[in-house]
Ligand binder design. Structure first.
Ligand code: COA
Length: 143
């Protein structure tokens, strides 16, 4: 498996994963507009031409926001998200980013455990941040 930057052509494989994982998935146009930004970093985990997972962040000066993380359901719990995020931390560090932020549904224990294991700390809660179902977000930061 290798970690590399996401390309527009990857969306064909990324979209079905995104749609299977999230109740309010990003659209292909949503990914597209993020990929065109020069302050974004999107990575994929690829094995034999198959995309197994992805993550993305916006990096501005010394701060970054992780905006998307997903791993194909049949390949979860194999360390793929950890590898993707480690690669993202490295790139962010090289670009001078010292703090990374993210939001996660309060009920998403798997993701919260992942982020805490990678050194993120809980900063607070954003009330009713998510729709479908309406739910609070935990805001987390890694410095
Ligand atoms: C959250 C998600 C990205 C994790 O991806 P993954 O590749 O399975 O995660 P990893 O295998 O790298 O797990 C790393 C650590 O995270 C924690 N973790 C991951 N999945 C977990 C689960 N289902 N339950 C508890 N802890 C979990 C564990 O501490 C794990 O380490 P361990 O396996 O050594 O115990 C994946 O479950 C997913 O795509 N979920 C749906 C989309 C989503 O919620 N994205 C995040 C939105 S903020």
């Amino acid at each position: 498996m290798r970690i590399r930057e996401m390309e527009i052509d990857d969306l064909e494989q990324v979209m079905p994963i995104e749609e299977a994982l999230f109740s309010v998935p990003w659209t292909a146009n949503g990914f597209f507009s993020f990929l065109l930004r020069n302050d974004s970093v999107f990575l994929v985990a690829e094995e034999d031409g198959e995309i197994l997972g992805y993550c993305g962040a916006i990096l501005v000066f010394d701060q970054g926001d992780i905006v998307n993380v997903g791993v194909r359901a049949d390949r979860q719990r194999q360390g793929i998200a950890r590898r993707l995020l480690d690669a993202l931390f490295k790139i962010a560090g090289e670009k001078g980013v010292t703090s990374l932020y993210l939001e996660v549904r309060v009920s998403n224990q798997a993701a919260i455990a992942l982020y805490e294991g990678l050194g993120f700390q809980r900063l607070g809660v954003r009330k009713d941040y998510y729709e479908e179902p309406k739910e609070d977000a935990v805001v987390m930061c890694r410095s």
